[in-house]
Design a protein around this ligand. Structure first.
Ligand SMILES: Cc1cc2nc3c(=O)[nH]c(=O)nc-3n(C[C@H](O)[C@H](O)[C@H](O)COP(=O)(O)OP(=O)(O)OC[C@H]3O[C@@H](n4cnc5c(N)ncnc54)[C@H](O)[C@@H]3O)c2cc1C
Length: 485
């Protein structure tokens, strides 16, 4: 998920076309329990994020004896809605924010639990892009006034306009790639895994400043991964769940409350021919759980620090240790009034200093509002190293450049660093050139241990990947003929 998240709805891709649907179809997961092969098994699921919860839902329905071990005291992992510390029942997302209209698996579950969706982006007013120190207004759905854009572009690029760059330089390739990792991409697509996105754009003739504009901070991402992820952003619409996205994992968790062990941190995985033994710590006390099979959804960034006996195979150990997780810091600013509206702005925006701006309270009644900054890449890394007061000071200063006036209206700031979270250690998987070939190894099982989670799915960095991978692992266990009791 190394996308440039400021790419709004410029050239929507249709959910009905492209290669992505066939990939999604092979992962299409019915919401009826799978057929169990043999007697019920004892299955330990590590992590109660969407992957672990979806796996638990499936296995419980099929009559297995399951336990979900979750280090934190709430379900959902990276789907985390912030409510605490905000006034007037306001809320904002610390993690997963948007659901593309092409993500059928996620949308089916939203529907299954009777949750309501609302649009993520406004269809009116203007966003702001901070480019080389200048605030440029980007009216939604209208061309940008190129005379205001302080970039050194070719005459052709000036004619094309910045809002058409994505389509012009990589729209066709992005649609050939689709939104999901495939193992049967043709060679001319697979080779894009070995070059950076900046290199791809150079080969397409983009000028230095056009590349700068399209990639802010994501120049080194593998071209294939960048465009696969971009597909999900260039959809017809992006939605969010009314009341907060955490209602999705909470809806799963409500069906599983008797089998989730909260506050239970896995410390050691012992796996062998006859079963798996998990050592975990609850309220400071060491405990053990025995299982016939395990579904491990713990992000590799955390798993690499967890003891395992016997050691993972060398190929597995390599990917567990090497997979990169992008850093993200989200800051939620509560303001006494939505002052940017005075300028005809909708609150959304971006900055070439590695962040974008969201307005979670857009269209909501009430005076008070929230603005969010989504810091990534180098800026997120720098923020992660600062003290809280330094960090807040720097974030306010950066936001002032996009939406001047913040300081005057600011009531509180709530920050969340995904890299500093000990149960996540990063936001989502990022593939750099040469790493896509790790994918089969990331997903493959080791004896009785299955791997699920966004990282072990065709949709890394998306809720859809987490849900689909959990369901898939559960179905594979269901289909196993082993009867080990
Ligand atoms: C900043 C950000 C923005 C995002 N934006 C979007 C978006 O717009 N749309 C979208 O669809 N997706 C988005 N995502 C991705 C989405 O949130 C994830 O893909 C998905 O939630 C991952 O689910 P998971 O179950 O794989 O992992 P997680 O949610 O990470 O679940 C893993 C669980 O394991 C637990 N755990 C860790 N270590 C241990 C241990 N030792 N013992 C026991 N438990 C442990 C963790 O506490 C966690 O609950 C975003 C994510 C982030 C961080």
């Amino acid at each position: 998920m190394t996308i440039n998240r400021r790419k709004f709805l410029k050239h929507a891709v249709s959910g009905a076309g492209g290669l992505c649907l066939s990939a999604a179809a092979s992962w299409a997961l019915p919401q009826t329990p799978g057929q169990r092969n043999g007697s019920g098994k004892r299955v330990a699921i590590l992590g109660a994020g969407l992957a672990g919860l979806a796996a638990g839902w499936e296995l419980k329905q099929s009559g297995h004896d399951i336990t979900i071990l979750e280090a934190q005291l709430h379900p959902g992992g990276r789907v985390h809605t912030i409510r605490e510390g905000l006034s007037d029942d306001l809320y904002a997302e610390a993690g997963a924010g948007r659901i593309p209209n092409t993500h059928n698996v996620t949308l089916e579950w939203v529907k299954h639990f009777g949750l309501e969706l609302e649009p993520f982006f406004p269809k009116e007013l203007a966003e702001v892009a901070l480019l080389k120190g200048r605030r440029v207004k980007m009216p939604v759905g209208k061309p940008v006034d190129m005379s205001q854009v302080p970039l050194d572009l070719t005459p052709d690029e000036r004619k094309i306009g910045v809002s058409n760059f994505d389509e012009h330089y990589y729209g066709d390739t992005m649609r050939r790639i689709g939104d999901a990792i495939r193992e049967d991409w043709p060679p001319e697509i697979t080779r894009l895994a070995d070059i950076s996105m900046a290199e791809f754009l150079r080969q397409r003739g983009a000028s230095k400043d056009a590349i700068y504009y399209m990639l802010f901070g994501f120049e080194d991402d593998a071209a294939l991964d960048f465009m696969r992820d971009a597909y999900s952003h260039h959809t017809e619409s992006l939605s969010k769940i009314k009341g907060g996205n955490d209602q999705l994992p909470r809806a799963f968790a409500a069906k599983l409350s008797d089998v989730v062990d909260y506050g239970c941190a896995v410390e050691h995985i012992e796996h062998g021919k006859n079963g798996v033994r998990i050592a975990c710590r609850r309220a400071g006390v060491l405990d053990h759980v025995e299982a016939d099979a395990v579904i491990c959804t713990i992000p590799f960034s955390v798993l690499r620090h967890i003891a395992v006996t016997p050691e993972w195979t060398p190929a597995k150990r390599k990917v567990i240790n090497s997979l990169d997780y992008g850093p993200v810091v989200r800051a939620t600013f509560q303001v006494s009034r939505c002052y940017w509206e005075d300028e005809g702005l909708n609150g959304f925006g971006s900055s070439d200093k590695d962040f974008e701006v969201w307005h979670p309270t857009y269209g909501k009644p009430g005076h008070r509002g929230l603005l969010q900054a989504y810091f990534y890449q180098d800026l997120a890394r720098r923020l992660d190293k600062m003290s809280e007061s330094e960090r807040v000071e720097r974030m306010i200063a950066d936001m002032e450049e996009v939406h001047p006036g913040l300081r005057r209206c600011l009531e509180t700031v709530v920050t969340k660093s995904w890299a500093n979270d000990p149960w996540q250690r990063g936001a989502f998987v990022v593939y750099y050139p040469g790493q896509q070939k790790w994918y089969p190894e990331i997903c493959s099982r080791e004896g009785r241990v299955w791997f699920a989670g966004e990282h072990a799915s065709p949709w890394p960095g998306w809720m859809q990947g987490a849900i689909a991978s959990g369901m898939k692992a559960a179905r594979e266990i269901n289909a196993q003929s082993f009867d080990l009791r």
